[in-house]
Design a protein around this ligand. Structure first.
Ligand code: ZN
Length: 209
């Protein structure tokens, strides 16, 4: 196994610069248990820099990533264990009270799901094809009269709404929501403009600024 040069160089730069600047914060963080201000469930996509967008410092955000930022339904028994174990830890152990689902534009996972569920360009990906079946409910809500790009944007946002609905299927999550102890936040981030839309009380996406 070889460590790529870019990793070594970037690590050395970080250690000499960023780490030095934040040394006290890192040392303090190691002395206490983590107490994040929010959990963020987002996509594996390399263009989503959630800590940068929301000014994260050491210990601020508890992050879970999966393809297309999905919270699977309680009925998806074979799919939900990883995401739900992260949520369970966040809510029961860390007592986090803000849970953010951060979806995004140009989501390859959502686009692939759309094409797969639409029976276009289906690949024989052993695991991804199984994972995208989680999106079947949101897929069914896509309006027929939209253009293909409008459909995919709608699907990205519908997936966030569905993930939030799926969350309430889990008793331990639903209980916290009903007791006003958990704030669930749906966000959709547009990569090219930096725009963030949030899901308001009427279940519509509204510009954050
Ligand atoms: Zn994505």
């Amino acid at each position: 196994m070889e460590i790529p040069k870019f990793l070594i160089e970037r690590y050395q730069f970080w250690k000499e610069n960023t780490f030095k600047d934040y040394k006290d914060i890192y040392q303090q963080a190691s002395k206490t248990r983590q107490k994040p201000i929010a959990m963020i469930i987002t996509c594996c996509d390399s263009r989503i820099l959630e800590n940068t967008i929301f000014g994260g410092s050491v210990g601020d955000y508890f992050i879970h990533r999966n393809i297309a930022n999905i919270v699977p339904s309680i009925n998806d028994k074979s799919q939900n264990i990883q995401t739900l174990s992260a949520i369970e830890y966040a809510l029961k152990v860390l007592k986090i009270r803000n849970l953010i689902i951060l979806g995004h534009s140009n989501c390859g996972g959502v686009e692939y799901s759309y094409k797969t569920l639409d029976k276009k360009n289906v690949n024989d990906f052993e695991y991804i094809n199984q994972w995208v079946s989680c999106l079947q409910k949101s897929y069914k809500n896509i309006p027929n009269d939209f253009s293909e790009s409008e459909k995919i944007t709608f699907f990205e946002q519908e997936n966030i709404k569905q993930s939030i609905k799926n969350l309430s299927e889990y008793d331990f999550v639903n209980k916290l929501i009903n007791e006003n102890k958990l704030n669930v936040i749906g966000l959709w981030y547009q990569i090219n403009s930096g725009l963030i839309k949030f899901l308001d009380k009427n279940n519509s996406f509204i510009d954050l600024d």
